[in-house]
Design a protein around this ligand. Structure first.
Ligand SMILES: [Zn+2]
Length: 193
C-alpha cells in the first residue's frame, strides 16, 4: 500500500489534485514514481545556476544517512557550497576516504566536518548483525558493520581516521559533531576526549 503518502507532505509547488469526480486524491504508483513527478515540477522552475563543480566553501561534510538530518538546512548551506558524503552512521570507511580524497585532490576542498547524531541506528546494532547476515545468506560481507555504543568516541575515531589518512592533502581543519535530532543543535566533540 502507499503508506508513504501519509508521512510525506505534498510539496507546495505541486498543484492540488482534483477535488471532485472519481480521480483519487493521490496518484497511483510507487514512491519512485512520486519522486520522478516531483522532479518534473523542480525542473520546470529550475534555471541553470552556471556553477562550477568545485564546492564554494571548500568543505566536505561527512554525515549519517539518517532521514531526520537535513544537512543544508541545519548548517545554512546553499546549493554548490559543499560536498555531502553520507553513509549509515557517518563512519569514516575506506569509501568515505575515497570520496574525501577526490573531494580534496580533484575538487579543491580543504575542510572536513564529521556529523553523527543522537538516536542513530548504529547504536542498536553490533557486529552480530554481520555474523547473522553471513549465516543467513551463506556469504560473509567484506565490510564491517561499524556499529558503535559511544557516539562521542566514534566521532573521535572518525576524526582520527581522516587526520591520519595518507591520501588526503588537508587534515588540519577536521572537526566532529553530534547532531541532536530533538533540538536540531550540533555539539562539538573534543578530539582529545
Ligand atoms: Zn544515524
Amino acid at each position: 500500500m502507499n503508506d508513504y503518502r501519509e508521512s510525506m507532505p505534498i510539496p507546495a509547488s505541486q498543484p492540488l489534485p482534483p477535488s471532485s469526480d472519481s480521480t483519487p486524491a493521490a496518484p497511483d504508483g510507487t514512491v519512485t514514481d512520486r519522486l520522478v513527478e516531483a522532479n518534473r515540477h523542480y525542473a520546470a522552475a529550475f534555471t541553470d545556476p552556471g556553477m562550477d563543480a568545485r564546492p564554494v566553501l571548500k568543505v566536505a561534510v561527512v554525515a549519517c544517512m539518517d532521514a531526520r538530518l537535513d544537512l543544508h538546512a541545519a548548517l545554512g548551506l546553499e546549493l554548490g557550497d559543499c560536498h555531502t558524503i553520507r553513509n549509515a552512521g557517518g563512519v569514516v570507511t575506506d569509501d568515505i576516504i575515497r570520496s574525501l580524497t577526490i573531494s580534496q585532490r580533484a575538487l579543491g576542498t580543504r575542510s572536513v566536518v564529521l556529523i553523527h547524531h543522537t538516536g542513530c541506528g548504529l547504536l542498536s546494532l553490533t557486529e552480530d548483525f554481520r555474523h547473522e547476515l553471513a549465516a543467513e545468506v551463506g556469504q560473509r560481507p567484506t565490510w564491517a558493520v561499524e556499529a558503535f555504543k559511544d557516539l562521542d568516541q566514534d566521532v573521535r575515531q572518525s576524526m582520527q581516521r581522516v587526520r591520519t589518512s595518507p591520501f588526503l592533502l588537508h587534515t588540519d581543519d577536521v572537526r566532529g559533531f553530534v547532531f541532536d535530532v530533538t533540538t536540531g543543535l550540533l555539539r562539538e566533540i573534543d578530539p582529545r576526549g
